[in-house]
Design a protein around this ligand. Structure first.
Ligand code: KIV
Ligand code: ZN
Length: 509
């Protein structure tokens, strides 16, 4: 069967989403999961944009063996050389060059003529061809580029050696019939188009990214650029899970396949949400909490009699765990380990011990431990890896009389020292954050603070998500505990740790 290449750009365009900064270890963890998911190409980052991006792309290129690892670059020699430097050890390296093509961009941003841009494009592709034969070229803002000029530039870059030509709807302006016609026009008018794979890259400003991608595929495109959970610049990119599951569910219409192991979809979605701090909306197709829950009596009746009545996808196909087994205080290590593995986690001995200890601690406070609790516990353990500061102790007094007061003790694993701080505040969280500030001394502004309960019930785990801003960059932090003041402290320390690790490697996103 004809195959669609799945090009995942979660680590590049996805990370461009406001507040979505990931550190090097987190990017590596996502890349490993994307490889497990079976994506063909991982766009790992933009090496010339920052030392942090260079480092993470290099690490991913060294480790990932089953997916191509792609580096994005401007159309200039220095950036291309830097991109190659980052991916040269990949099993299958790809260089992705982008350059604006629309008159809107040429006149108002690049201040260059069409001829100058055409030359830059060809020279850049030729330069990259000196390193590898896997070259992708993107004429940025293609959907607003005059088609005749687009055909010319595509023909020229293919001649210069591009093996994939990507058609970006950079500002999410196209509608499906129009975008499909553009792709058909490319097949009809670009003389050497059979020498390259036609790819599409759609943004979601009008909520049409997936629809445009699918229409382009119907018209002959064979690479889809997408992100997990549809995250990305502004309103995001086309969502991988929606494209893949549409192709699979409507194989009768498309007659196409992908190399994706769909059972890894849910797990990948959770990981990306957890590490980026972007929650998945409950009604999100395929991976939202309500995507497979039936509320109306008629629907429930139908699904009990025969799932196909109201369910077009078996939730197990995308790896949604069946939550029939609930663990509790008396559950042993073996049951816990088995549940973890059913949820797609394979922890090493040390991590398993830590997660099991956290599970036991939670089971003392909460009667039934659900899959969501376990996911939250594992995420909490993951967050404490390579910390600059760790919350060791926290004491708060508050009430409706007098000012809340907090005392904290933080541990620094790097230097083995403890630091203490105490403060009053307008509320308990304010007092805790001020006490932490006395210890960490990193000026920042709190821009977002959200608390949500992981499951129902008064004993539920409370998850706190915060964003802080420092030096024009936003850092996300998360924390979970049955006590929301403790979750708040953990989330703040998590955000500060990210800020400090970005400063350490000179990262400026
Ligand atoms: O949206 C866009 O045009 C891009 C390019 C770099 C492909 O992200
Ligand atoms: Zn984009």
């Amino acid at each position: 069967m004809d195959r669609v290449i799945i090009f995942d750009t979660t680590l590049r365009d996805g990370e461009q989403a406001a507040g979505g900064t990931l550190n090097v270890q987190e990017k590596l963890e996502i890349a490993r999961q994307l490889e497990k998911l079976g994506v063909d190409v991982i766009e790992a980052g933009f090496p010339a944009s920052s030392p942090g991006d260079f480092e993470s792309v290099s690490l991913i290129a060294k480790e990932i063996r089953n997916s191509s690892v792609c580096a994005l670059t401007h159309a200039n020699f220095k950036a291309i050389d830097r991109a190659w430097d980052a991916i040269k050890e990949a099993a299958r390296p790809r260089i992705h060059i982008f350059l604006s093509a629309s008159d809107i961009h040429l006149v108002h941003q690049l201040k260059k003529t069409r001829e100058e841009v055409m030359k830059m494009a060809c020279d850049s592709v030729a330069r990259a061809r000196g390193y590898t034969s896997d070259i992708e070229f993107s004429p940025m803002d293609a959907s607003r580029t005059e088609p005749k000029y687009l055909y010319q530039i595509l023909e020229a870059v293919i001649e210069a050696g591009a093996s994939t030509v990507n058609i970006p709807d950079t500002v999410g302006y196209a509608v499906p019939a129009e975008f499909g016609a553009l792709i058909r026009g490319i097949f009809q008018n670009v003389r050497n188009i059979s020498k390259a794979v036609v790819s599409v890259h759609c943004h979601n400003d009008l909520g049409l990214a997936v629809a445009n991608t699918l229409e382009a595929i119907r018209c002959g495109a064979r690479q889809a650029e997408c992100t997990i959970n549809g995250i990305g610049e502004r309103a995001g990119n086309a969502s991988l899970e929606e494209i893949v599951m549409t192709l699979q569910t409507r194989r009768d219409l498309f007659d196409l396949c992908t190399g994706i192991d769909t059972k890894q979809i849910y797990r990948t979605s959770r990981l990306v949400s957890d590490l980026t701090g972007f929650p998945v909306q409950p009604n999100k197709a395929i991976v939202g909490a309500n995507a497979f829950s039936h509320e109306s009596g008629i629907h429930q009746d139908g699904v009990i009699k025969m799932p196909i009545t109201y369910e077009i996808i078996d939730p197990r196909t995308v790896g949604v765990p069946s939550s029939s087994l609930v663990l509790g205080k008396l559950s042993g290590r073996h049951a816990f380990k088995q549940r973890l593995s059913e949820l797609g986690y394979s922890l090493g001995e040390e991590d398993l011990n830590k997660a099991f200890a956290a599970f036991k601690e939670l089971a003392d406070k909460k009667k039934n431990i659900t899959d969501r609790d376990i996911e939250s516990l594992v995420a909490e353990e993951r967050r404490t890896v390579s910390e600059e500061y760790h919350l060791d102790r926290l004491q708060v007094t508050c009430g409706d009389q007098g000012l809340p007061m907090a005392g904290v003790r933080l541990f620094r694993p790097g230097t083995n020292e403890y630091i203490e701080g105490a403060s009053l505040g307008t509320g308990p969280v304010d007092a805790v954050y001020k006490a932490i500030n006395l210890c960490v001394e990193q000026p920042n502004t709190l821009t977002e603070f959200t608390v949500k309960s992981v499951t129902e019930g008064i004993d539920a785990l409370g998850e706190v998500l915060i964003r802080i801003e420092s030096g024009g960059v936003t850092y996300t932090g998360r924390g979970a505990d049955t006590d929301i003041i403790v979750s708040s402290a953990k989330a703040y320390i998590n955000a500060l740790n990210r800020l400090l690790s970005a400063r350490k490697i000179g990262e400026i996103k």
